[in-house]
Write a protein that binds this ligand. Sequence first.
Ligand SMILES: Cc1cc2nc3c(=O)[nH]c(=O)nc-3n(C[C@H](O)[C@H](O)[C@H](O)COP(=O)(O)OP(=O)(O)OC[C@H]3O[C@@H](n4cnc5c(N)ncnc54)[C@H](O)[C@@H]3O)c2cc1C
Length: 325
Amino acid sequence: MANILVYALHYEGAINKNSLGAVSEGAKLAAELGGEAHAILVGENVPEDLAASLGRYGASKVLVAEGPEGLAQPVVDAMGKAISDGGYSYALFGGGLLGFEIGAGLAARLSAGVAMEVTGVRAEGGKLIAERPILGDSAISEINFRSEVGIVIGRLNAFEIKESGSGAAPVEQVSFELSAHSTQAKMVTRGEQRGADVDIEGADILVAGGRGLGKPEGFQMCEELAGAFGGNAAVAATRAVVDAGWYPYAAQIGQTGKTVSLKLYLAAGISGAIQHKVGMQSSENIVAINKDANAPIFEFSDLGIVGDLNKILPKLTEAVKAKKG
Ligand SMILES: Cc1cc2nc3c(=O)[nH]c(=O)nc-3n(C[C@H](O)[C@H](O)[C@H](O)COP(=O)(O)OP(=O)(O)OC[C@H]3O[C@@H](n4cnc5c(N)ncnc54)[C@H](O)[C@@H]3O)c2cc1C
């Protein structure tokens, strides 16, 4: 019998969506293993009903550890102790940078194997096997754990949210000691970084900008075009421009950003690096504007426009406005 401990991130009184997916997935896998899925929340004054609500997603017990919220190392301390005390066989995380950081720390703490960017998990012969895309998502590798504890970290949105439990789960307060180094980082502010209209998950059309925009103000052209499309159109970005501070991280598409599959992905001044491609390649229509006819993005675009985006984007905006009347 193998039990699974799932980390549930919470913020402003709500459980993170990826964590709800991870709890749902954990419950399904634990049933296949003949064990149980428990969830753990770390935070200050975590409301009991919030913790108990994870029962709806299949957690049969929820551990609550009093400690600083939103920082990786305290969670490593809390989960490390809970896993050793509780004899869990697996730790499961939804996607997101905090999960990566905690999972990596936990792997070091417990000498455990870790599989990151996982898109699927199955139980076989009483053990979990994680599936992880490799070689730019062109192949899937299967990961078995030889270590006593296996750590599985999903890719963003990899695990579907499913209500399966009967209602509130029992909540148990657990205590743990903070390591000396875990008190070195302090949370200064916490918030979600969003641009004016960044609602990528709900979009049908994305106008994505890259370094070819030349400067942060270049994004105005993308915003104007998205505005002309109206409705469910939004603006996205490459990591190069997000790292340069030109646009918020929430808009980043790709391996370390969001994965989208929409009706229209319009890429302006984007070279088409593999790490960007994996986040948008399954979109129905890909249109690229690039001044370099040999840019890799043209290899996977349905329509390619070779030219200067400074001239093409405003004309496209006018044309869309005219068409819409
Ligand atoms: C581990 C790792 C993870 C990564 N994760 C991501 C990720 O999640 N998402 C991501 O996007 N990247 C990611 N990257 C970075 C990725 O490798 C590329 O560096 C990045 O995508 C390039 O961004 P870009 O296309 O904006 O810039 P560039 O590669 O510099 O391309 C700019 C393009 O603009 C064109 N251009 C220039 N001027 C004009 C003009 N006036 N008109 C038209 N075209 C013009 C150029 O011809 C060029 O093709 C990751 C890298 C690593 C190593």
